[in-house]
Design a protein around this ligand. Structure first.
Ligand SMILES: [Zn+2]
Length: 352
């Protein structure tokens, strides 16, 4: 890298590829297609513009919180890409992959691992689609919004934020916000090891002395396995790329069948794909080993996240270099995830 210590600069894609990505040019292509259709020819299937939520006044009527965000941005409108079928999603994924393949692999891997800049055109598209899903879910899914009256409760998280989470758990310290910091799901293995020290607890509790004694008796590898039940390491989170969002609430109990957010989950399953989103952590995907447990609140923008998976598959060395760079401050706390990160990355659902 020729800019040591500095932010990783984004290298523009080839001009023709860059052009394919911008929403403006998508709109232009759509206009051209409409013209072609008007001329009586058949329109080929592909991306088409779903809607433009135009004037701020209209948006304000839709959702106050979102309107503020849009009103402060340039243009104050949301252009939504519509995906009527899986074919449309896969066509867009192929387009994104072509863009990725024109990038410097180190820079692309830096973005994917949460330590580099997002390719601007992709960022714009993801931001727009997340807003489209947010507006639609707020209107259509019913049920209460989440923490602080938000629909999107978690979105982009860079590697340093994920490292803070990982280290807090690994070191068994309480968070600074005064919360108790209970985390994870205690494995059977840890229960066998510590027995009475853990009593009937479901989660690890850093403020409990018995839990602390047990935790300190675990090997670095065992600690990682415990953390990985419900969390992941810096560089490996799907929240790094900007493709993935948590909606409404991340409390599993609220999302169970018949729970207070089950109606929202039903709506998401029926409608999120129209905006390009799928649920990557499902009951089925969680059966692989190792894998993240089911998360009904976590939704992913398929055209970019699926392209990223193919990119990682084709460029594991560039990814590994970035991860080792993130973990070099203390490699001992990453021995287990270093062996298994690809399993966690690839053991996900692709189902639309
Ligand atoms: Zn999530």
């Amino acid at each position: 890298m020729n800019n040591p210590g500095g932010a990783i600069a984004y290298q523009p894609a080839r001009k023709e590829d860059e052009g394919m990505l911008t929403l403006t040019s998508v709109s232009e292509r759509l206009r051209r297609r409409r013209d072609v259709r008007r001329a009586g020819r058949t329109q080929k299937a592909g991306l088409r513009k779903r809607c433009v939520v135009g004037a701020v006044a209209v948006v304000v009527a839709v959702t106050g919180a979102l309107a503020m965000a849009m009103a402060s941005g340039a243009g104050a409108s949301v252009h939504c890409l519509d995906y009527p079928s899986k074919k449309n999603l896969d066509e867009r994924k192929s387009g994104v992959l072509r863009i990725l393949n024109t990038q410097n692999p180190a820079m692309a891997a830096a973005w994917i691992t949460g330590s580099g800049e997002t390719p601007p055109a992709l960022k714009h598209e993801m931001d727009q689609q997340v807003k489209c899903l947010e507006i639609a879910a707020d209107r259509g899914a019913g049920g209460p919004r989440g923490e602080d009256n938000h629909v999107v409760v978690s979105w982009r998280r860079d590697a340093s934020a994920q490292r803070a989470i990982w280290d807090r758990k690994y070191d068994f310290t309480r968070p600074e916000d005064g919360k108790d910091g209970a985390f994870g799901i205690i494995t059977q293995r840890a229960r066998k090891r510590c027995g009475a020290e853990l009593e009937a607890a479901h989660q690890w509790d850093p403020s409990n002395d018995g839990h602390r004694r047990c935790w300190l008796s675990l090997t670095p590898q065992e600690r990682q396995t415990e953390i990985l039940q419900t969390s992941t390491a810096p560089g490996v989170s799907r929240h790094h790329a900007g493709t993935d969002v948590d909606l409404f609430s991340t409390s599993p109990g609220e999302w169970v069948d018949g729970g207070e957010r089950f109606g929202q989950y039903t709506w998401l399953r029926e409608n999120a794909a129209k905006y390009g989103f799928i649920q990557p952590y499902t009951a089925a995907s969680s059966k692989a080993h190792p894998a993240i447990t089911e998360e009904r609140w976590h939704w992913s923008y398929y055209p970019v996240s699926e392209a990223i998976l193919e990119y990682i598959h084709a460029n594991p060395d560039a990814m590994m270099r970035q991860l080792d760079n993130l973990w070099k401050y203390d490699p001992a706390r990453y021995t287990e995830i270093r062996k298994t990160w690809k399993d966690y990355v690839f053991h996900v659902s692709h189902h639309v």
